[in-house]
Design a protein around this ligand. Structure first.
Ligand code: ACO
Length: 403
């Protein structure tokens, strides 16, 4: 523990004082060994490895192992992990029919959280969070099935038939085929797409105590199973101030284009807080400099679009917005920089995903982090049920009226 932290629970016991901290701006809810962030310097590390090195040299599943188990896997550990995940991709046929009960216009994030909650009815009810074998099989099941559920949410939205997973394919290949393959037609996996998506997923894998991870931990702290905890995390991620921002960014860029009002005028309206509008994809609770993930996404956006052979005029609007904002006192004084969500949507669009799938992609990326935190919490003997205090500001005690 650094000299700059104090144990509030013992302070509260000793003094009776309660701290009021809206949004937990200054309250650590746990110790964690998974991810390190220095928001002032723009540093992000997974288990001590800089995100730049991780993104350049690893794969999604290898990083998942690193986050969950703490060290890089050996080649045989990774091969075994990969094959176990491949073996568990199938959804129970009854669960496939569960999708029929949802409206086709449902947001894919709601479909995702509902179906993960439904997984709990198959695998979660008797899950003991302290039984290592059960925790292990739940980890594998969730990693294997979430992308399949996500792809079915997509297929449902566009009215196409669900494909069975093809377990001869790797994690990302399989996911792309499930999304873009058509029943009875061959699907050729584009390696450019695979590499680009794998890298984006890596960049989302963990981000310490963000709102959705804190939700997973809070729900898990009650003893709730992994599926129930992650379902809650997906719901927390869906909001536009968190993971939903990637969808909101693209909507914002399209609105600027369609309104013809011009980027400068839009920025003025943001600064005047007209109707409470914000520059979506800008600002971060922790980063007070450029988000290192956004830097990596921005650096690759041109190459990815060129590799995929597509262009997107919204990218120009995004660049113009960034340039104007970074030169403007409003954003400089508040230390508002692009976050990871600012440029990802342009790439997801180029890959062929509909805007409403963007946050679902974030959820697939974030899953290993959620699992790692849920396991770390359950392994930590200091864990207690999460139960914040409040400062009551309501009416003092009063007599029930005579009626
Ligand atoms: N556009 C315009 N102004 C902003 C923005 C923004 N995107 N973000 C913050 N501000 C302003 C606030 O209005 C406030 O100004 P004020 O002091 O004049 O009132 C000041 O900057 C500080 O902002 P807070 O809201 O106190 O910052 P907080 O840490 O609570 O919020 C958050 C962080 C939610 C990310 C915020 O910056 C935001 O809403 N951004 C847009 C949504 C977004 O991109 N979310 C994704 C976050 S990253 C992720 O989840 C992967």
């Amino acid at each position: 523990d650094g000299a700059s932290s104090i144990d509030m629970s013992s302070l509260t016991r000793q003094t009776g004082l309660t701290g009021l901290d809206y949004g937990f701006v200054n309250t650590a809810s746990t110790r964690s060994a998974i991810t390190y962030i220095d928001g002032e310097q723009g540093i992000l590390r997974y288990r001590g490895y800089n995100i730049e090195d991780v993104a350049a040299n690893s794969t999604f599943l290898e990083v998942a192992w690193l986050l969950i188990y703490g060290e890089l896997p050996t080649a045989s550990e990774l091969a075994d992990f990969d094959s176990r995940v491949r073996r568990h991709t199938l959804l129970h046929e009854d669960l496939k029919r569960f999708f029929d009960s949802l409206p086709h216009q449902a947001h894919p994030m709601s479909v995702l959280s509902s179906a993960v909650s439904a997984l709990s009815t198959y695998y979660g009810d008797s899950l003991d969070p302290h039984d290592p074998e059960q925790v292990e099989i739940s980890t594998i099941r969730l990693l294997a099935k979430l992308p399949v559920i996500a792809a079915y949410a997509h297929k449902k939205a566009i009215g196409q038939a669900f494909l069975y997973p093809d377990n001869s394919l790797g994690f990302v290949e399989n996911f792309l085929r499930l999304n873009f393959g058509i029943m009875a037609e061959p699907y050729e996996v584009n390696p450019v797409l695979v590499k680009a998506l794998d890298r984006l997923l890596i960049l989302h894998e963990d981000h310490e105590q963000n709102a959705s991870t804190s939700t997973v931990r809070l729900v898990g702290s009650t003893g709730a199973n992994l599926f129930a905890s992650v379902s809650a995390g997906i719901n927390a991620l869906s909001g536009p101030l968190h993971g939903g921002a990637n969808e909101a960014v693209l909507d914002m860029l399209a609105r600027i284009r369609d309104s013809g009002e011009g980027v400068e005028r839009f920025v003025e309206r943001v600064k005047n807080k007209e109707d409470g509008i914000k520059l979506m994809g800008f600002g971060h609770r922790v980063y007070k400099s450029y988000d290192p993930r956004a830097k990596l996404v921005k650096a690759s956006v041109d190459a990815v679009l060129a590799d995929l052979g597509v262009s997107n005029p919204l990218l120009e609007i995004a660049r113009e917005l960034e340039a104007i904002a970074l030169a403007d006192d409003y954003f400089v004084e508040r230390k508002l920089y692009p976050n990871v969500d600012f440029y990802t949507g342009v790439i997801y669009k180029a890959m062929g995903f509909p805007t409403r799938m963007f946050t679902v992609l974030f959820a697939i990326g974030r899953l290993p982090g959620w699992i790692a935190h849920w396991r770390e919490m359950n392994d930590d003997p200091a864990t207690k049920i999460g139960r914040p205090q409040q400062l009551y500001i309501g009416s003092p005690a009063r007599d029930w009226p005579q009626r």
